[in-house]
Design a protein around this ligand. Structure first.
Ligand SMILES: [Zn+2]
Length: 477
């Protein structure tokens, strides 16, 4: 009991010290006694990690030299690993249908303009949810251009995760489908009407500083599309940017990689992958992001409109009240749906359930094949889509990946180092190494035994400041 009290005191004092130091002097902290997973696959039992200012200065055995001025924090019996990276999320999406009128149209009651404006002006509630879930970096792989601002300023905001954004997506989908998202004079999709239109979008995104250019949908059997997309792929290279791809069937995913895609943001789910896919993935060094749970999230949210409640598994109460109340009162929104449309949605649920089961089988089998072939895998949730909540859905996603037969030790690497690679930020964070930004998490249980032990998170350090994830007040300015 006494040592626990001391520990709590030390955490508190460190928090206190770093807050005052943020303004003036510099601080040195040594976390001593935990099992450390460095994100490169190495682990140190009874290790020590020294943080000077906001950077890691050394990682090593317990007996290594600790600077005299260091605040020593005893974390014996605990586990330390780099902060988690969600390599696939969307800031414009709320986790409910209000931001996805294409899935269930609530715009008569909640205008999309208002939703998007709110998302733009209030990302901080998600920042808190991400950090308190242990996620210190997020990659928004398709969004309105205003997310570029988050990319610029979040590095220096210790109360936000590092952010990368790909900006508006380029797609062959027709204007009548994507126009629904054009609000407040901005769009999240650019229609690929001509090669020139595509090249201009790439130039515009690249000039704005996007991390990647996302292509949403490929048409392998359309020669006209092929001509246009080749120009786009070439322009992406000219601009020194990289292609990321939404391509969920095998033929499309292969086409994307032939065009040079560096990140597949979803599993192949229509069928099993083949040797050619694996070869393309290796020669092209494409990262693979499975997003196993997002489809089921839609299903659960539809269900919540019509019958049962939406269950939120949120141990540390990190989900913001707005998100929580929308999902838990989902059935109240049912009356705002046009009756005919509502009935159609409801009657499609059993079919959807069947399709999702089949797709999940393929996704699990394909993930295992990519893993066995030595492909580079990242963890990304597609959070913001209905039913896939910012922050906490990460645990569901990585547990589903574990079910595919990936070892927890390797999942740690995928969740940290590989995610930072996807964001093009591995030089700065993603592993616990000297010189990197001090972003890490402290867990009560061993994540290398079972990845669901990520849920036992007690503290997160972002930019050198340690905070107690159970205490919301610790995450306010
Ligand atoms: Zn997505």
């Amino acid at each position: 009991m006494e040592s626990k009290a001391l520990l709590i005191y030390l955490f508190f004092s460190v928090f206190f010290i770093s807050i005052s130091n943020a303004q003036s002097e510099m601080s040195t902290i040594a976390l001593k006694g935990a099992t450390i997973f460095d994100g490169n696959g190495k682990s140190i039992e009874n290790g020590t990690i020294v943080i000077e200012n906001n950077k890691i200065s050394s990682v090593g055995a317990n007996e290594m030299r600790i600077p005299e001025n260091a605040q020593i924090i005893d974390v014996s019996g605990k586990y330390i690993m780099p902060g988690l990276i969600d390599a696939h999320m969307h800031f414009f999406q709320t986790g409910f249908f209000d931001s996805r009128p294409d899935a269930a149209d609530l715009r008569d009651t909640i205008p999309l303009e208002n939703v998007i404006e709110y998302q733009k002006n209030h990302p901080e509630r998600y920042y808190q949810t991400y950090l308190r879930s242990g996620i210190t970096g997020v990659y928004d792989v398709g969004d309105y251009i205003w997310t570029l601002e988050f990319q610029k300023i979040n590095d220096d905001n210790p109360l936000a995760p590092h952010t990368a954004s790909a900006g508006p997506l380029i797609t062959p989908a027709p204007e009548e489908l994507i126009g629904i998202f054009n609000v407040n004079g901005k769009n999240t999709f650019v229609h690929l009407g001509s090669e020139e239109q595509g090249r201009n979008a790439v130039i515009e995104n690249s000039n704005a500083g996007t991390t990647g250019v996302k292509i949403w949908g490929f048409k392998p059997d359309d020669p006209e599309f092929l001509h246009k997309i080749k120009g786009v792929a070439e322009e992406i290279k000219n601009q020194n940017n990289k292609m990321i791809a939404h391509a969920t069937n095998l033929k499309e995913a292969k086409m994307a990689m032939e065009l040079g895609a560096k990140l597949l943001v979803h599993s192949v789910s229509d069928t099993l992958i083949d040797e050619e896919f694996l070869r393309l993935m290796k020669t092209n060094k494409t990262l693979y992001n499975p997003t196993i749970v997002v489809g089921r999230g839609y299903y659960n949210t539809y269900k919540a409109l019509f019958e049962q409640n939406f269950e939120i598994s949120d141990l540390n109460a990190v989900v913001d009240s707005k998100t929580r109340s929308m999902l838990q009162n989902a059935s109240a929104f049912r009356k705002f749906l046009n009756d005919e449309r509502a009935e159609a949605l409801k009657s499609r649920l059993p079919m959807m359930d069947k399709r999702l089961k089949k797709e999940k089988q393929n996704m699990i089998a394909n993930l295992k094949m990519v893993y066995d072939a030595g492909g580079t895998i990242v963890v990304g949730t597609d959070a913001g889509n209905p039913g896939t909540l910012h922050g906490i859905s990460y645990y569901d996603e990585i547990e589903a990946m574990q079910q595919a037969g990936i070892s927890a030790k390797d999942l740690i690497i995928m969740a940290t180092k590989n995610g930072a690679m996807a964001m093009d930020r591995l030089e700065d964070f993603g592993t616990l190494e000297s010189g990197k930004i001090a972003d890490l998490i402290i867990l009560e249980e061993d994540p290398s035994e079972d990845i669901s032990n990520l849920r036992s998170i007690s503290h997160v350090m972002r930019n050198g400041t340690l905070r107690n994830v159970k205490d919301a007040e610790d995450f306010k300015d």
